[in-house]
Design a protein around this ligand. Structure first.
Ligand code: FHN
Length: 436
């Protein structure tokens, strides 16, 4: 997979083919775990609760004092991610609330100063690496706790009306340059104290009136420092730098529907998705995506040449809740038997069209085409137009049982495959076609 539409020109400090090589493990991996964890797990009603409810530092302090994740076991998290087939994991080292899960020397607002008394990031890195899972750090550019982070349109202290004078008064004693240095120093800590870090997921920019962008973050200097400290690291596109040109690595369509993923085909991208609406643990939320929807997101991401970063919001005790575990178990069952149609796969060659009710993925090295049966035909066969004379063998992926080619019915350039009338007991069975 080479980067779309880019000549062999210098991207930051590497060529397009060097960048493709650097990102090869990520492109092959296709499936990762996002983990949003912080003090917001205690109110348990969205990771934006501090902004949404305009909670002051003073009124938010009780969560810092109560934070005691006595059931946290990063090894357990890592095993669950591995079983679900996730090849990389990205943990919020700090979210917008400003609380750091790592033992930063630049702040007291950190997990090691709570009842936890632990560097949770260190435990995450060690446990996931031990399971062979690549590790990524999410780092919030936004910080609603730091005294020099200027009040803007999302800040909990924002004025009720869009009144410039009120913003100016609120920011009289705030120095964004000091926050910029804090940000730079913390990212440096994260990229020098925990060994090789595979991904940096900086989040997010919102330039414009009472917003913040590349100059507020010092994005150009920050990215140079990131690449200097971790030359192989993969960086998302939320530093308000131009995609690709400035050396950021992938696009991040968030919570988009499967139909919308089609427009990313041919680009380098990862869609991040929640099980529900909230990224942080939300006890009372009941808008959970079905297991089939989650599987559809994974298959459709790969069918359009992208990755899925699926989020878990652990509880304040440090565990994945039952709803998440049920979803992960369902994905684990399907991935155990069908992950060959996901890893190292991408969109199918143009000449293969997806028959109604199917989605295709393709492994160009093994020349295997995967037909995902979202709808299972009860006619006893499936017709694949344009596939005639292209296929030497067909089987179900989950059990490698042969699917016979019906040569009599295969008229013109259509390929007709005989299917058992009874659908295999998999949510979305996969036919593996070995191409000639
Ligand atoms: O504001 C954050 C949000 O809380 C969450 O972290 C997502 C994950 O991609 N990023 C921002 C919204 O785009």
């Amino acid at each position: 997979l080479t980067l779309p539409g880019l000549a062999q020109k210098r991207l930051g400090n590497e060529t397009a083919s060097q960048k493709t090589k650097r990102m090869e493990w990520w492109t092959d991996a296709r499936f990762g775990m996002f983990i949003h964890w912080g003090l917001y797990a205690l109110p348990a009603r969205h990771e934006w609760v501090k902004s949404n409810e305009r909670i002051t530092d003073e009124n938010y302090q009780k969560y810092f004092e109560q934070f005691n994740p006595d059931l946290f076991d990063a090894k357990k998290w890592a095993k669950e991610a591995k079983a679900a087939g996730m090849k990389y994991a990205v943990l919020t080292t700090k979210h917008h609330e400003g609380f750091t899960l790592f033992d930063s020397k630049y702040t007291n607002y950190k997990a090691t100063n709570t009842q936890a008394k632990r560097d949770l990031v260190k435990e995450f890195v060690e446990a996931f690496r031990a399971e062979g899972i690549k590790v990524g750090f999410y780092y919030s550019l936004i910080d609603w706790h730091h005294p020099d982070f200027t009040v803007d349109r999302y800040h909990p202290l924002r004025p009720n009306k869009d009144n410039d004078d009120e913003y100016a008064a609120l920011n009289k004693n705030r120095d964004m340059a000091k926050y910029r240095k804090y940000l730079y120093d913390q990212v440096t800590e994260l990229l020098t104290r925990y060994g090789k870090i595979d991904i940096l997921w900086a989040d997010f920019s919102y330039p414009g009136k009472h917003g913040k962008g590349r100059d507020d973050w010092g994005s150009v200097a920050l990215l140079k420092q990131i690449r200097k400290l971790q030359p192989q690291i993969i960086v998302d596109n939320r530093l308000d730098l131009n995609d690709y040109e400035d050396g950021t690595d992938f696009e991040t369509p968030e919570q988009v529907g499967t139909k919308e993923l089609e427009k990313y085909r041919g680009k380098v991208w990862e869609t991040c998705q929640t099980f529900s609406g909230s990224w942080g643990y939300h006890r009372d939320e009941n808008t959970w995506k079905s297991n089939r929807k989650l599987l559809d997101l994974l298959i459709t991401s790969v069918a359009n040449g992208g990755n899925l970063l699926l989020n878990v919001g652990p509880t304040a005790r440090g565990e994945f809740d039952n709803r998440a575990n049920i979803a992960l178990d369902s994905l684990s069952l399907w991935m155990h038997a069908n992950s060959k149609s996901i890893y190292h796969c991408t969109f199918a060659p143009e000449e293969f069209k997806a028959t109604e009710g199917t989605k295709l993925t393709y492994n160009k090295d093994t020349r295997k085409l995967y037909v995902h049966l979202f709808e299972y035909p009860n006619t006893g066969y499936i017709t694949l137009d344009g596939y005639k004379n292209q296929v030497k063998y067909a089987q179900f992926l989950h059990d490698n049982s042969e699917i016979q080619i019906d040569n009599e019915k295969s008229a013109g350039n259509s390929l007709v495959l005989k299917l058992p009338k009874k659908k295999p007991d998999f949510q979305i069975p996969v036919i593996e076609l070995a191409l000639k």
